[in-house]
Design a protein around this ligand. Structure first.
Ligand code: AR6
Length: 170
């Protein structure tokens, strides 16, 4: 699998599937989640509501992933995942890694060859950016998947620079 890091907006990626840094309600929020629902339109929310009603009555658990349409976005699917809130007292790294791992498994089920990820948990959920980049790149790099191209989309120039730096050391 090829991995690349780009500076940009996840909602503008012309790929098979983009990943949404959602919360367990699946009903929207700020950051990536807000942008995905705002730009993707009502069809995404309608599918999320159906998922809540039928499969995830109590919400999508942290670390898991589920797909919906991408509505009006250029991608075909959105894979929603719930990152862990960063904690100083508890190591939740395995949950963060599960997000990347499970999103790639969902992408495999969909037959998505080109997938774009945001930096899960590194915004509202407070994960330290450098470690978030390391966990993302290492997990993507070591997961068995049919995904051919994986793009990590960094929202700021600084995080993009950091990610490029880590990518060449992988
Ligand atoms: N494109 C790419 N990256 C972005 C974008 C964008 N449009 N917007 C923000 N980022 P966050 P989390 C970066 O907060 O930490 C929501 O309210 C951002 O700079 O979106 O997993 C959900 O509903 C950061 O580096 O996700 C949840 O409640 C990274 O994407 C909660 O936030 C992730 O930031 C999830 O928090």
């Amino acid at each position: 699998m090829r991995i690349e890091c780009v500076h940009g907006d996840i909602t503008e990626q012309n790929v098979d599937a983009i990943v949404n840094a959602a919360n367990s309600s699946l009903l929207g929020g700020g950051g990536v989640d807000g942008a995905v629902h705002r730009k993707g339109g009502d069809r995404i929310l309608a599918e999320c509501r159906r998922l809540r009603k039928n499969e995830y009555e109590h919400g999508l658990p942290t670390g898991q992933a589920v797909a919906t349409t991408a509505g009006d976005l250029p991608a075909r699917w959105v894979v929603h995942t719930v990152g862990p809130v960063h904690s100083e007292s508890e190591d939740r790294t395995d949950l963060l890694r599960s997000c990347y791992h499970n999103c790639l498994a969902v992408a495999d089920d969909l037959g998505a060859a080109f997938v774009a990820f945001p930096l899960i948990s590194a915004g509202v959920y407070g994960w330290p950016v450098e470690d978030a980049i390391d966990q993302a790149l290492q997990t993507i790099n070591t997961t068995q998947t049919s995904v051919a191209l994986c793009r990590l989309v960094l929202f700021t120039k600084e995080t993009h620079r950091l990610a490029q730096d880590r990518l060449i050391r992988l």
